[in-house]
Design a protein around this ligand. Structure first.
Ligand code: R5P
Length: 222
């Protein structure tokens, strides 16, 4: 059993006719989006708001009607993956580089459902390097400032050794903290640095975590 598939598909049970739904990015929510595509073909009436160009393309291929975020005041529900989640529902996101749009979409969602496999449910955040979206202008200065918060930041690179560029034309600094003692404080400290656009800590945003397990079970934590 694929725990990502189990979690992704289970989360779709939250979706109801008439909803505007935030569509996250990544290999777990992929299964939610595939399932939504099937349900739309069977008559489910929803509108999606994609969190990345990748998800937008997938949703279009599947025939899921889309609207832009700017055309709605709020979303009924967002389903998205995460790289780590702790027991206080604090998350690290951005492994795929989509954290900025994901955070914007989650911030106006009535309900935010996180789909993960059990390996990502941790007692302390930080093993996964925290992605921070920064502007390309003088990125060296920005990562030097970030470093003072106690991590080793590395600019994310593509296989051809060029910097990875986000959908918003920015860079990602992957910040190796190992352990994050106070995620809420770090979230604020990072976002106060000039040159930082947004960081991958999602605090007080998630409502439920749908946890897929290797043995085929799924647990919903609310
Ligand atoms: O930027 C990417 C997103 O935050 C993803 O939701 C996150 O990285 C989890 O992705 P996956 O489900 O592929 O592990």
């Amino acid at each position: 059993m694929n725990p990502k598939k189990i979690a992704g598909e289970k989360a779709v049970h939250y979706v109801e006719d008439g909803m505007t739904v935030g569509l996250g990015t990544g290999s777990t929510v992929y299964f939610s989006i595939i399932k939504l595509g099937e349900l739309v073909k069977e008559g489910l009436d929803i509108k999606g708001v994609p969190t990345s160009i990748q998800t937008e393309k997938l949703a279009i291929d599947l025939g899921i009607p889309l609207v832009s975020m700017s055309s709605v005041d709020y979303l009924d529900l967002t389903i998205d993956g995460a790289d780590e989640a702790n027991h206080d529902f604090e998350l690290i996101k951005g492994g795929g580089g989509a954290l900025l749009r994901e955070k914007m979409v989650a911030s106006i969602s009535e309900k935010f459902i996180v789909v993960i496999d059990e390996t990502k449910y941790v007692t302390q955040l930080g093993k996964f390097p925290l992605p921070v979206e920064i502007v390309p202008f003088s990125w060296e200065t920005t990562i030097n400032t970030i470093k003072k918060l106690g991590c080793t930041p590395k600019i994310r690179m593509n296989q051809d050794a060029s910097p990875f560029v986000t959908d918003n034309q920015n860079y990602i600094a992957d910040c190796y903290f190992e352990m994050i003692d106070n995620p809420a404080e770090l979230n604020q400290q990072l976002n106060m640095i000039s040159g930082v656009v947004e960081n991958g800590l999602f605090i007080n945003m998630a409502d439920s975590i749908v946890l897929g397990k290797e043995n085929g079970e799924v647990t919903i934590i609310s």
